[in-house]
Ligand binder design. Structure first.
Ligand code: ADP
Length: 318
């Protein structure tokens, strides 16, 4: 069982393209949220998956709960808050091509999940416990994450973290960096993008392996994955490091590529514990994860573009 804990939101996108949020009159709803995307990716690849999070007791919350069920995910850990609304993100591409974001945060239900509301039995059953979202720095959800990570660690789960910081949305680089660092010590596996690793290497070259290995040794991290878009990904363990090339495809929308990559990788880890001790197996798993990311960029949207195993195998063996 893979248990994912974190963000599940509704994206509201203007029905007319290239219009600013202020000028939009109607919106389309898209289920979203990095951790929810990962959960759907894993489940679609055939692994038993559960999701923990909180939504409002409203139409958007019911829609998200249905998405989990339709994708065969155990949604018993999805809680409904009577007093707060489901997290919403308004998103538009303006006429000049610049993205524009606005969040409903009053606060939204996702950050109101309290430690005492967690289903600890569900977490203890997990082989892998995956998390990562903005709510990691907001109370009471931050305490709930820390409680869940502690229980998962004691239960012997593999802890996987993908910060997914969407850097332009953070108030400052320093807060974003703290957001990652506060959780760095709990995780066994961390997946970052090149931009996120830059927050950690600071002034040093993010492509300098020595700099990254130093970070790895400083923390109890077993595996660091750095995705680099079409180039594929780099991997670092305390014993070996390397790079696995991506697949050449025609990209139409890169939304969800990183989540698809994480989902693909974890679906393999779920079947082969401690894969990061065997470099050959690790490289095979990363090849699979790169193929998952590649399929996703050939389709529009996040959740609709997450692949089945057949679609991944077609790319792998084409
Ligand atoms: P994130 O979405 O977290 O920023 P990336 O953009 O690095 O992550 O994408 C994650 C993975 O998806 C990459 O490592 C790669 O395997 C795949 N991918 C992303 N963009 C492309 C692309 N244009 N062509 C082929 N594969 C891609």
């Amino acid at each position: 069982l893979v248990v994912c804990f974190g963000e599940m939101i509704v994206n509201l996108v203007p029905t007319v393209s290239r219009v600013s949020l202020a000028d939009a009159v109607a919106y389309k709803k898209y289920p979203s949220g990095a951790t929810a995307n990962v959960a759907v990716a894993i489940s679609r690849l055939g692994c038993s998956t559960a999701f923990i999070g909180k939504v409002g007791n409203d139409e958007f919350g019911y829609m998200l709960s249905d998405i989990l069920k339709q994708n065969g995910i155990d949604s018993s850990g999805l809680l409904f808050d009577d007093d707060a609304r489901t997290a919403l993100a308004f998103y538009a591409l303006k006429r000049n091509g610049e993205p524009e974001f606005m969040f409903y945060k009053n606060p939204s239900a996702d950050v109101l999940l309290r430690p005492e509301e967690l289903d600890l039995t569900l977490i203890k059953k997990a082989t892998i416990f995956h998390y990562g979202s903005v709510s990691l720095i907001k109370e009471p959800c931050r305490s709930a994450h820390i409680a869940a990570m502690t229980v998962a660690k004691v239960a012997g789960c593999i802890l996987s973290y993908a910060p997914n910081l969407a850097l332009p949305l953070w108030p400052s680089k320093e807060i974003a960096r703290q957001g990652i660092m506060s959780i760095w010590n709990y995780a066994d596996i961390i997946k970052v993008s090149v931009d996120e690793i830059r927050l950690l290497t600071e002034g040093d070259n993010p492509y300098d392996d020595k700099v990254i290995m130093k970070k790895l040794h400083h923390y109890s991290l077993k595996l660091l994955l750095v995705t680099e878009g079409e180039r594929g990904c780099r991997y670092y363990t305390k014993d070996f490091k390397g790079w696995v090339a991506g697949f050449e495809v025609e990209a139409v929308d890169t939304t969800g590529a990183g989540d698809s990559f994480v989902g693909g990788f974890l679906s393999i880890v779920a079947a082969h514990n401690h894969i990061y001790k065997d470099e050959r197996r690790l490289r095979e798993a990363l090849d699979f994860a790169n193929a998952c990311g590649a399929v996703t960029v050939t389709r529009r949207g996040a959740i609709p573009s997450l692949p089945t195993k057949d679609a991944v195998l077609r790319i792998l063996f084409s």
